[in-house]
Ligand binder design. Structure first.
Ligand code: IPE
Ligand code: IPE
Ligand code: MG
Length: 248
């Protein structure tokens, strides 16, 4: 029990709670999971990719509107080449599987991040997945690939500056809403809840602008070991928080 007085009843079950509209997940801990088992880091990523499939499905089934998963950051290019290749292969496998096997799915797939660096075959699969799924009516699944919150803001600022220069926009029209509209997540609600497994207390450049008032839940579990029960636990923790948005 918390020593702080709670204004709300303490929730214990997800059937009692109001779900967040948008959940972000920093899928972290694959490398440590593999190391613990004496396996190469790539084995951790393979296991993590399975967890991603399971948790995305679960979020869609319980009625989450938007799920954003952090799959590869703008800083992850600093890793050894063989690890990067293994990750790119896993993305490709997933995108091919999704085109082939998820025809009747309700999930809308989107990719956020700078995609200009990806190989042609990966790029084609990304576009194909977005096109195939865009008219569906289920959960929006944003996969953050080569995503960085700072890079996203740089792109947005360049876009805004270009539009001001071309006379499409006046400098006075720049406000918070307009900046949001130049981000990859344009039109989507901000994340209510961001979950970071693996116990690290940092954002690692994830959704910097959008997470101004997100509730962070840090969990001491490595991503490949993350189960539906962990998501439920995070949802309950979220529901028991008092979101004040600067008010009282
Ligand atoms: C997250 O797991 C996956 C990516 C960043 C691509 P890590 O690979 O960062 O795993 P740890 O943090 O080293 O355990
Ligand atoms: C964040 O994890 C990026 C992803 C999960 C894709 P990292 O493992 O890259 O973050 P740091 O290096 O621990 O901050
Ligand atoms: Mg990590």
């Amino acid at each position: 029990m918390s020593i702080f007085k709670r204004k709300k009843p303490e929730y214990t079950d997800i059937s009692q709670i109001q779900l967040p509209e948008h959940i972000g997940i920093i899928m972290d801990g694959n490398g440590r999971w593999a190391k613990k088992r004496g396996l190469p880091r790539s084995a951790g990523h393979t296991a993590g990719a399975q967890t991603f499939r399971k948790i995305a499905r679960y979020c869609s089934n319980i009625g989450i509107k938007v799920l954003t998963v952090y799959a590869f950051s703008t800083e992850n290019w600093r890793r050894p080449e063989d690890e990067i290749n293994a990750l790119m292969k896993l993305f490709k496998d997933y995108l091919e599987e999704s085109i082939r096997d998820f025809k009747d799915d309700s999930i809308v797939l989107k990719f956020i991040g700078d995609r200009s660096v990806f190989s042609d075959d990966l790029l084609e699969l990304m576009t194909e997945n977005e096109e195939e799924s865009k008219n569906r009516d289920g959960m929006v699944l944003n996969i953050a690939m080569n995503y960085g919150g700072r890079a996203e803001l740089v792109t947005a600022m360049r876009g805004i500056a270009g539009d001001v220069r071309d006379g499409k926009l006046s400098a006075e029209a720049i406000d918070e809403q307009l900046i949001s509209d130049y981000l990859y997540t344009k039109g989507q609600p901000d994340p209510d809840l961001i979950i970071r497994p693996s116990g690290e207390y940092r954002t690692s450049n994830f959704l910097l602008w959008q997470s101004a008032y997100s509730e962070y839940v840090i969990m001491d579990v490595l991503w490949p070991d993350f189960k539906e029960e962990h998501l439920n636990k995070a949802l309950i923790e979220y529901a028991n928080r008092n979101r004040r948005f600067g008010g009282v």
